[in-house]
Ligand binder design. Structure first.
Ligand SMILES: [Zn+2]
Length: 502
């Protein structure tokens, strides 16, 4: 069971339906997405050289190609985080167990996922240490130390770090025992300011980054009580739809009220001299979003990377043999230099031992938005052949105007992916008041339905269909009526999005 979750390929040999014999496919190819979405994903993340499996079950190695995607995402997030007044800091990986125990709901929520250090320096420790699953507790401890007056507020911190949450059913990039993320932690004088911050992280940092760079049309919404972060008063989310119709929670922002301030004694003296508890927030976005990019845009042939997140936006493949090889390679190299100078991330694939066809397949599998082929005849004509990763035949483009033309093509490709994902999401979202329709809808996508807001009813829906309440969309139209499942009066004043989720 455990092994099957980590190694689905070994556990489930693929069969060719025509003759029922196990097929040895081309080393570089993957199971088509349309045939088996899960096998497609598991094979692709490895074959595209994004990640590898770590030595400890559930851990992953992020390879350079995958890490570059993370860096591109990270730099845009970091820019927005700083631009909105936050400062980066770093807190220790090891957290005293007693810290987690101070917030009862928090420790209860995280207990099953904790990795605990009991021995160090050759001895048993007096107090076990927790490898951080998130840093509210340790940061709370220091906020209490650093905040004394209203003049110290708001305190706006962010940390880039790794965290560990023991995963029973790990999945590369989507659910790994250790992952990378940023966690924002802020403290405020009052509820209104803390609530503004919670929405700022969601709407001015996360949503525009994920839409703009990852080309994923996320829905902003609030979590139902059962789906809230452990210890939060309210949790907000951006939810994305993958190409198998499942939802991926892609970033969350939590309003804590004074829950953590009371547990960690984060108090300040107001202008009137009164001692008050601060209001805190936290918000996080992780490497799991890379899994979201793969499952939002990829196809049977492999990855499709949005240009703004692609390690290589353009790959040039020089094609020439014998005497012509040197001349073509030199011209390709000069072209690459001009594209790089124009700000286009460009790679020249001049590996001599591999055929052009092999290279085309490889860069297609690895999701490069634009491939340029340059042969002696193209060179003589002053052009190169452009092939887009999606939609469109090969087309010659002039070498002189190549940087401007390719910049335009990359922008158009970015927009195309966003529009395509939006259309897919909308085609797979059904607004319904009928239980039978609801069941059909969540089998292939999302349903927008009225819900009573009761946990037992959410649990029943999950047991019956596998679907959970993803969010109450912020921009949802006012709506009320009987609950889709139990018929009790609806809560929230609008429809809830339900779907199966990663
Ligand atoms: Zn109900």
């Amino acid at each position: 069971m455990a092994l099957a979750a980590v190694c689905p390929r070994r556990a489930r040999p693929r069969r060719d339906r025509s003759n029922l014999v196990t097929v040895a496919r081309d080393e570089r190819g993957v199971t088509p997405q349309s045939e088996d979405f899960s096998a497609w994903y598991n094979e692709l993340v490895l074959k595209a050289e994004l990640v590898d499996r770590g030595p400890v079950r559930g851990t992953m190695v992020i390879r350079p190609y995958g890490y570059r995607i993370w860096e591109l995402l990270q730099s845009e997030l970091d820019r927005r985080i700083k631009e909105t007044g936050h400062q980066n800091a770093y807190f220790p990986l090891l957290i005293p167990q007693s810290y987690l125990e101070r917030e009862a709901e928090h420790v209860e929520g995280f207990a099953p996922e904790l990795a605990v250090v009991t021995h160090a320096g050759g001895k048993q420790l007096e107090e076990p240490l927790i490898i951080r699953p998130t840093s509210e507790t340790v940061i709370g401890e220091f906020m209490a130390k650093w905040i004394s007056s209203h003049r110290d507020l708001p305190m706006l911190l962010n940390q880039w770090a790794n965290v560990v949450r023991w995963e029973l059913r790990p999945r590369l990039l989507l659910r790994t025992t250790e992952f990378l993320w940023q966690e924002g932690h802020t403290a405020h004088a009052d509820e209104a300011d803390a609530m503004r911050e919670t929405m700022l992280a969601l709407q001015e940092i996360y949503a525009p980054t994920v839409r703009g760079l990852a080309a994923i049309p996320v829905i902003e919404g609030e979590k139902t009580p059962g789906e809230r972060f452990a210890g939060a008063v309210s949790t907000f989310t951006i939810e994305a739809m993958m190409r198998d119709g499942r939802a991926l929670q892609s970033g969350t922002s939590h309003y804590m009220g004074t829950n953590f301030a009371r547990s960690f004694d984060i108090q300040y003296t107001g202008e009137d001299g009164q001692l008050r508890y601060a209001y805190t927030t936290s918000w996080g976005l992780s490497t799991r979003l890379i899994g979201g990019v793969i499952m939002t845009h990829g196809d049977d042939k492999g990855l499709v990377l949005p240009p703004r997140l692609a390690p290589y936006q353009v790959v040039i493949v020089p094609i020439g043999r014998g005497d012509q090889a040197a001349e073509v390679t030199e011209a390709a190299s000069a072209l690459a230099g001009r594209l790089v100078a124009a700000g286009i991330r460009t790679h020249m694939d001049d590996r001599p031992q591999l055929s052009p066809g092999f290279k085309f397949n490889e860069w297609e599998l690895r999701g490069v938005p634009i491939r340029l082929e340059l042969g002696p005849r193209d060179l003589a004509a002053g052009s190169a052949v452009m092939a887009l990763r999606l939609g469109g035949a090969k087309e010659p483009i002039g070498l002189d105007g190549a940087p401007a033309r390719l910049a335009d093509e990359l922008d158009a490709f970015q927009d195309f992916l966003f529009d395509r994902a939006t259309a897919f999401r909308d085609e797979h979202t059904v607004t319904t008041d009928d239980w039978a329709d609801f069941v059909v809808a969540v089998a292939t996508g999302w349903a927008r339905a009225l819900h009573c807001g009761m946990q037992d009813c959410e649990d029943e829906i999950k047991a019956a269909t596998g679907a959970t309440a993803r969010c109450i969309p912020l921009d949802g139209e006012p709506a009320s009526g009987p609950c889709i499942r139990c018929g009790r009066p609806s809560a929230y004043g609008k429809r809830v999005i339900f779907g199966r989720a990663y």
